[in-house]
Ligand binder design. Structure first.
Ligand SMILES: C[S@@+](CC[C@H](N)C(=O)[O-])C[C@H]1O[C@@H](n2cnc3c(N)ncnc32)[C@H](O)[C@@H]1O
Length: 210
């Protein structure tokens, strides 16, 4: 009797352990597949040109190591590489990063890339001169940017805000609240901040310094 109870006990915990391991291995298969599908043709979904906020302000950024978070097809990272920065791009989609390398080659620059799941990734402390993150919303990760920067380093973040919901079907939880970026980076020196709204798109952008 005791023996069969023990067996059932062990079987139950083994099953729970196996299920939780499978779950963590497959944590975000849908994100990876979804983005690989989106990036699966020749056209650059987000274009080959960098965001205007970066073009207007790149001269403020300290030269050195840039970490491009969720780099996608590389429009911003490649632009910074052309300006003489050393760029490492991270993304869950290998198809996106392949396109980023093609864009770099077309522009005669080198970039480094790494396929990672940012929801399960640790940033090295005191390592980067610039952390760039555009149109990728992960609030807990934003809060780790400051410690990953070298002293004097800067973050550049831009993504949709709540006003964007007027123009597009978009999940509210992925949109920034009013002044949310100012709040998240309140312990840093705010160098530039804008709320942009042209009647079709609405987003917030920030540059802040450690
Ligand atoms: C809207 S795109 C933005 C790409 C790029 N930052 C830009 O502005 O062109 C969002 C990017 O986040 C990446 N992504 C989504 N979930 C991710 C995750 N868990 N880990 C790493 N990258 C992820 C996607 O593959 C995609 O390239």
């Amino acid at each position: 009797m005791k023996f069969s109870l023990d067996i059932r006990f062990i079987a139950f915990f083994t099953a729970v352990f196996l299920l939780s391991s499978i779950n963590s291995v497959l944590a975000h298969p849908k994100d990876k597949d979804r983005w690989n599908n989106k990036y699966g043709n020749e056209i650059y979904l987000f274009g080959e040109k960098p965001i205007p906020f970066l073009v207007e302000n790149f001269h403020l950024l300290p030269k050195g190591k840039v970490l491009d978070i969720a780099m996608g097809e590389g429009r911003n990272g490649v632009y910074l590489a052309k300006q003489g920065f050393d760029v490492l791009g991270l993304d869950i989609s290998e198809k996106g990063l392949e396109k980023a390398h093609r864009l770099a080659k077309k522009n005669n620059v080198n970039i480094e890339t790494q396929v990672v799941d940012l929801e399960d990734f640790e940033l090295e402390p005191n390592t980067y001169d610039v952390i760039l993150c555009t149109y990728y919303m992960q609030r807990d990760l934003y809060k780790k940017f400051q410690s990953a920067l070298k002293l004097g380093g800067m973050i550049v973040v831009e993504t949709y805000n709540v006003d964007y919901l007027k123009y597009a079907r978009f999940n509210r939880k992925w949109a920034l609240d009013t002044n949310e970026l100012l709040d998240i980076f309140k312990d840093m020196r705010i160098i530039r901040y804008q709320d942009y709204d042209d009647g079709k798109e609405a987003y917030s952008s920030i540059i802040a310094q450690k």
